[in-house]
Design a protein around this ligand. Sequence first.
Ligand SMILES: [Zn+2]
Length: 363
Amino acid sequence: MKVTSHELLPWTEPAFDTFFSSQKRRAHAYMLAGHSGLGKTIFAQQLAKSLLCQEEEVHACGQCQSCRLFESGSHPDLHVLQCEKRMVEIEDLFAIYAPRYLEDENKRKKRKKPSAVIAIDQVRRVIPDINTRPHLSACRLILINTAEDMNINAANSLLKSLEEPPPDSYFILISHDPGRLLPTLRSRCNRIDFRLPDKQQAILWLSIQLPNHADISQLLRRASGIPLRALELATDRRHSEEEQITQYMLKLAHKQTDPASAAAVMIKNSELIIILETIQLWLSRLIRLKFTSQNTILSENEANKILIDLGNRINFRELYAFLDKVSASKQLASGPLDPLLALEDDLISWQTLCSVNNRNKPI
Ligand SMILES: [Zn+2]
């Protein structure tokens, strides 16, 4: 049997096991409560998949018809209520299920922005669907992501169903802020609390996700100990760093700045090892584009076109030699070396390399 539990975040595994160990006394409504970024959505997905799985094991088998339909976003016994805004902004499995119960199209068209509210219409439309027998699995699930997006009318309407739940149904409410929910709604749900994981466990998990990150502890601190937020910060940061590095590498190639000034700006915003790592990634992108420059789709993109042009002016041997130099600097980056001078030295090499190759080809 293929076990899919590894997809759960490690600090949420005990709660998952507890849920299934109390199988005989299972309630019909659960609330997954806690800060965003602690793994509630992944937990809810695994919980739903496992409850619906036809093999009826603790962890979804991943093979049966139910598991397959679940993954493809078309399980007939999973009903997901979300607001339109969440559906548009977060591309996950639930966003594939959500359109079925979105508000009426005419109402949506009148708005300038996607609605951030789960409206009573949405709850009213899901109720008849859950009063029929399950189509495929032994039960059906109504998942509300997130419960505080329901307006008061929607919440009251849901309350009625929670008071007289249809047989073989589970309600799973995700809430980042349970204090905002009607007390009556809260009291009808069994609560599963998500708390900050142990620091060591969070660091270990982040180290696996970000194997090249220089300071995981500091990253976790910046994210107030919330692992998924830390991951998001690292990804955002990497993205803006990449943009900045691209900009400076191009300016240097085109002699629009000098190595000392570029190095000063880069070092002010980041650590040497991260800068060098980003330059490595950028160079490998340049090399990749140089290899595939015949591909018309790639060269139609304006940003790629600039890189392809640059790559085509430098030969592979020189590009690889520079990549080696950057790798060597990276090896030394944690040693007793002046980061500014080290970076400047690499950037001088880069500008020289571009100038030599452009001697007869002004940009
Ligand atoms: Zn299955």
